[in-house]
Design a protein around this ligand. Structure first.
Ligand code: ATP
Ligand code: MG
Length: 266
């Protein structure tokens, strides 16, 4: 049985889907990323993927994040969860087809939040999967909430909670831009990329991180950074990297440097 301390890799919905086109998966990107994960052959890894143009538009249409207010939202909760299982299925197909022993762990079946924050997490199966050398795959999901009835759990919160509770060695966040900039690079072309940031520098810069130019019910880059702070405070380094660029995820998984942002406690 292996010791835990897994690397947690988040593949953004901005990478595996076209966030401008509802239900548009980037199949070639998914398959390339799976090849990179296979080639890197990291023994102790958890993958989390985001919702992109699958989860976010459904969650937004039915106000799933705000919680259960009227009966008509229930079908929206079901649809949002279901469409995430469809996106997850595309990922799982690609992984298993490449002989990677990946197993999907459905957040809505093992997590209950309280006012949007993870309150209960039945993580025994996930731990066992890791110990047996499987690759657990989780995702942002529509989940039950003890205060709101239901809500949306972001892949970003999941990444941070998994990394802190399993004392991860490294968090890798794959997005569709080269890292963290002093402004949203999709809005401001002259935005400057930070190559290295300490926790203190990150806290000072927080107001510069935007929500998202695309449909994103979980708050884009601003919320992503807010979610990651507790993990960074615990000393877990975070690399934010462009996963749309071939081999970048492979290189970061194998400890090589690319154009990226590395955030460390000190
Ligand atoms: N200061 C910033 N630096 C880098 N990106 C930023 C910044 N401010 C805003 N962004 C935007 O954040 C986006 C990434 O966050 P977003 O939540 O949209 O994607 P994601 O997390 O990959 O998707 P999902 O939530 O579906 O997983 C980038 O596409 C970028 O335009
Ligand atoms: Mg997001």
């Amino acid at each position: 049985m292996k010791e835990l301390k897994p690397t947690v890799l988040k593949i953004g919905g901005s990478v595996v889907t076209n966030k401008g086109k509802e239900l548009k998966a980037q199949m070639q990107v998914i398959s390339r990323l799976v090849e990179e994960i296979q080639k890197a052959n990291v023994q102790n890894l958890i993958v989390v993927h985001g919702g992109g143009s699958f989860g976010h538009p459904f969650a937004q249409r039915y106000g799933v994040t705000e919680g259960f207010k009227e009966e008509t939202q229930k079908i929206g909760f079901s649809e949002t969860h279901h469409i995430m299982t469809v996106l997850n299925g595309l990922f799982m197909d690609a992984l298993i087809w490449r002989n990677i022993p990946a197993v999907s762990v459905t957040p809505s079946s093992c997590i209950i939040t309280n006012n949007g924050r993870i309150q209960r997490f039945e993580d025994a199966p996930l731990k066992m999967l890791l110990k047996l050398g499987f690759l657990p795959v989780l995702y942002g999901d529509a989940v039950l909430d003890s205060k709101l009835g239901f809500t949306i759990l972001s892949g970003d919160q999941l990444v941070s909670v998994l990394a802190t509770s399993f004392h991860s060695e490294h968090i890798i966040i794959g997005v569709d831009v080269d890292g963290l900039y002093d402004d949203d690079p999709k809005i401001k072309k002259t935005a400057k990329l930070f190559r290295h940031l300490t926790l203190e520098e990150l806290k000072r810069l927080r107001s510069k991180f935007g929500k998202s130019t695309m449909c994103d019910v979980t708050g884009g880059m601003f919320s992503k950074i807010a979610e990651l702070l507790p993990a960074i405070e615990l000393g877990i380094p975070v690399t934010i990297v462009n996963a749309t660029k071939p081999n970048y995820i492979y290189k970061v998984l194998t400890g090589k440097k690319v154009k990226q942002t590395l955030i460390e406690k000190e």
